[in-house]
Write a protein that binds this ligand. Sequence first.
Ligand code: DP6
Length: 359
Amino acid sequence: MSAAQFIPKKNTNSVEKVSFKWQTPSNIALVKYWGKSNPQIPKNASISFTLKNCHTITTIEFSKKETSTDVEFDLFFEGKKKEEFKPKIAEFFKRVAEYCPYIFDYRMTIHSENSFPHSSGIASSASGLSAIAMCLMSLENVLNSDLTQEFISKKASFLARLGSGSASRSVEGPLVVWGNHPKIEGSSDLFGVQFPYKVHSVFENYQDAILLVDKGEKQVSSTVGHNLMQNHPYAENRFVQANDNLAKLSKILQNGDIKAFVNLVESEALTLHAMMMTSNPYFILMKPNTLEIINKIWEYREENNSNICFTLDAGANVHVLYPEKEKEKVNQFIDNQLSKYCQKNHYICDTVGFGAKKL
Ligand code: DP6
C-alpha cells in the first residue's frame, strides 16, 4: 500500500456540525524504534504492547466554516485553553493535510485529557496524536460512508505516525508492529499493524508497572534523539540488530519462551540507552534510582525464580513487565521495595490493552 491510497476521493456526504470522542492508549515498545528518515519512516521495525490504563481522551467538534484556506482550531487540555500545545498540533495538521483535505472545511475545537499526570515523564504524544487521528477518521467516515473498518484503522495509524512515529502503534492492540519486516506479514513503514500470529497464553494480560523515577520534562526531545542516529558509529548495526530481535521476538511470543523474552526485552532497553550514550552529543538518561531499580529487579528475579523484567523509554522511568500469574507477589515487591525509588513513591499499574475506543 502506498501513501497515495490514503488521499481521499471526493466526499459523497456533507455535514455541518459533528463531534467525536475517542479514547486511545499509550504503548510501550519491546523492540525499540530509534532512528528515522523523512517523512517519519523508521530505520527499523518495532513492536509494542498497547497499554490499557494510560490513555488520552479527546473530543473534536467540527463546525463547517465559510472559507477553506487555513486550518483553524482551538485546543483545550484538561479544560483549559493551551496555546503552548498548539504549534505541535498545527504541525501535525500540516503533515496530514494532503490526506485529510476536509480539515480546511471545518473549525475544530479539540478537548483533550490524559489518564496519567501530564508531568509524569510518560510520553503523551502517542496516545494524544492517535486520538486526534481517530477523530479525523470518524469525520472522514461520515463524509465517505464506504470506508471499511480495516482501512479506518490503517489510515488512523498512518496519520498518527506522521505526528509521532510511536503513535502509529497506539490504534490497535494488544501487540502492534510498525515498520516493514520480512517475517511479519502485512507489516509496513507507513502504519502499524496488529501482530498477525497467535500469541502464547503466558503473554495474555501482561502487566506493566510504570515506576516514575523522574517526572520532569524530557531531557532529549524525540526528534533530537532520532537525529542522533544519523552519523552514529553503530547505527547500521543497530538497525540490523533491531530487525533480528523482532524476528526472534515474534517466535518467542508464539512459543511462550518467557526466559528468552526477558533477555531480549532488557537487552533492547539497554541498547537504546547505549545508543544515547555513544552518540555525539551524548546523554545519560538513566538516573541513579533507575539503576537501583534495575538491580533490585535482577535480585528479585534470581531469588524468586521470577520472570519479572524491565524496559525503558528515552528517559529515567522504568517499565516493570511481568506475567499476570505473578501479579500479586510482584505488586507487593514493587510497593515494599521499589516505590521508594520513585518520585513521591508514585507508580502506575497498567496491563496490556486492546487499542482505540469510541466513546
Ligand atoms: C524511545 O515516537 O516519540 O520511545 O517519531 O519523533 O515522535 P517521533 O518519536 P517517538 O519516539 C519514540 C522512541 C522510543 C522507542 C519506541 O517507542 O519505539
